[in-house]
Design a protein. Structure first.
Length: 330
C-alpha cells in the first residue's frame, strides 16, 4: 500500500478552503493509501499566536478532521509535537539546505515584502521543518494546495541531496495537487486565497459557520458586471470561484457546473451556491458537536502518536548514524 502524508497548520479556524483543498481529499485517500495526517502545531507558532486561542484552534482542528470523516482506525492522525523527532530531523535537514533555497520560497518572499513587523527565524526556516515532517515517514505522495507545492519540491531537493551526500535514506515524495478545489479564493477579494489568517472574515467561510452566516457571506461575495456565468478566473474571478466551490463540493467538473447554472442571474446563483455549501457543512458540524467533548479526541491522538513515533524514532536513528552523530558501537 502506498503511503500518503499531509499536515494542516491550524493557526485559525479551519475554512472551506482547507476542507475542499485538503481535508475532503484526505478522506477519500484513506480508502486507498496508508494515510498520515498531522496537526502542524509547531508551524503555527512561526507567527505569534495567543496561547489560549491556539489551544482551541488545535482542538477544533482534530475534531474537524474526525468530523470530516478521517477514521482513526484507518489513518494515523497525530500532533506534531507529540513526536519530538520532527524538530530534531528539521534541524538536521536545515544543515542540508542552502540560504539561497529558503530565500527563493514564494511564501517567505511575499511575507517578507508585506510584513510590517519583523519575521521570525522560525518562519524563514519552516520549509526545512516541513521537509522533516514529510521525509520522516517516506510517503509516496504529499497532497497539498498549490501554495505548498514549492515547499514539497524543496523537500525533494533536500532528500536527493541527503541521499547523495550520505546514502539512500529518504524516499522522494511527489506533491499531489487536486484539479478542483486546489485554490479556493476569498469571497470578498477573489484574486486572493481564502485564508484562515485573513484579517476580515467577510470573504472566508469557516467550517463551523452557521447556515445564516454562510448565506450572508455568499450573498455579498464580490462578482462583476458581465452578468454571465462563465468560468473565466482572469476576467470573472468572483463567479469563477463560486463555480469552483460548487464543483469541489459536489465532485463535478467545472463544465458541468457551468452548464447547470449558465442561465441563472447572479443572485439566484449565489443562493444555490450558499445552499450547496450549507448542505456540505451541516453534517460535518453535527458530527463535530458530538466529537468535540468526547474521549475520541485524546484516544485518536494517543493512537496516532504511538504509531508515528515508532517510525520516527527508527528513521531519526538511521539518519543520525549516517551523519556520524552517534558514538555507540554498531
Ligand atoms: P493552511 O491553511 O495554509 O495551513 O493550509 C492547510 C491545507 O489546506 C494546505 O494543503 C493548503 O494548501 C490547503 N488550503 C488552505 N487554504 C486553501 C484554499 N483557499 N484553497 C485550497 N486549499 C487550501
Ligand atoms: N506548511 C503547511 C501549510 O502551511 C502545513 C504543513 C506542515 C505540511 N508540514 C507539512 C503540509 C507536511 C504537508 C506536509 O499548509
Amino acid at each position: 500500500m502506498k503511503r500518503m502524508l499531509s499536515g494542516i497548520k491550524p493557526s485559525g479556524e479551519l475554512t472551506l478552503g482547507n476542507y475542499l483543498g485538503a481535508l475532503k481529499r484526505f478522506v477519500t485517500y484513506q480508502e486507498e493509501y496508508d494515510m498520515f495526517v498531522f496537526i502542524a502545531n509547531l508551524h503555527c507558532i512561526t507567527i505569534y499566536q495567543d496561547p489560549t486561542q491556539l489551544k482551541s484552534y488545535l482542538k477544533n482542528a482534530v475534531a474537524l478532521y474526525l468530523a470530516c470523516g478521517l477514521d482513526p482506525d484507518r489513518s494515523t492522525i497525530f500532533l506534531q509535537t507529540d513526536v519530538p523527532e520532527h524538530a530534531q530531523l528539521g534541524f538536521i535537514l536545515s544543515c542540508n539546505t542552502y540560504l539561497g533555497e529558503l530565500n527563493r520560497m514564494t511564501q517567505y518572499k511575499d511575507k517578507a515584502a508585506s510584513s510590517e513587523g519583523a519575521l521570525s527565524v522560525g518562519f524563514y526556516t519552516y520549509p526545512t521543518l516541513m521537509a522533516a515532517d514529510i521525509l520522516m515517514y517516506d510517503p509516496d505522495f504529499v497532497p497539498v494546495g498549490d501554495d505548498q507545492k514549492q515547499h514539497v519540491e524543496l523537500t525533494r531537493d533536500i532528500a536527493e541531496r541527503f541521499n547523495n551526500r550520505y546514502s539512500p535514506t529518504f524516499n522522494i515524495p511527489e506533491p499531489l495537487i487536486a484539479k478542483t478545489g486546489a485554490r479556493i479564493m476569498s469571497l470578498s477579494e477573489p484574486t486572493k486565497k481564502m485564508s484562515k489568517s485573513d484579517v476580515s472574515d467577510k470573504g472566508v467561510i469557516y467550517l463551523l459557520d452557521e447556515p445564516n452566516i454562510i448565506r450572508k457571506k455568499v450573498r455579498s461575495a464580490t462578482t462583476d458586471s458581465c452578468a454571465a456565468i462563465n468560468f473565466d478566473p482572469q476576467n470573472q474571478p468572483g463567479i469563477s470561484n463560486l463555480i469552483q466551490i460548487v464543483a469541489a463540493c459536489q465532485d463535478r467538473s467545472i463544465e458541468d457546473v457551468v452548464a447547470t447554472y449558465k442561465d441563472y442571474q447572479y443572485g439566484a446563483f449565489k443562493d444555490a451556491v450558499a445552499t450547496i455549501i450549507i448542505d456540505t457543512l451541516t453534517p460535518i458540524q453535527a458530527r463535530y458537536k458530538e466529537i468535540i467533548n468526547s474521549e475520541l479526541l485524546e484516544q485518536t491522538l494517543m493512537k496516532g502518536k504511538e504509531k508515528a513515533q515508532h517510525i520516527a524514532r527508527r528513521k531519526l536513528e538511521k539518519v543520525q548514524r549516517k551523519i556520524g552523530l552517534e558514538i555507540k558501537k554498531k
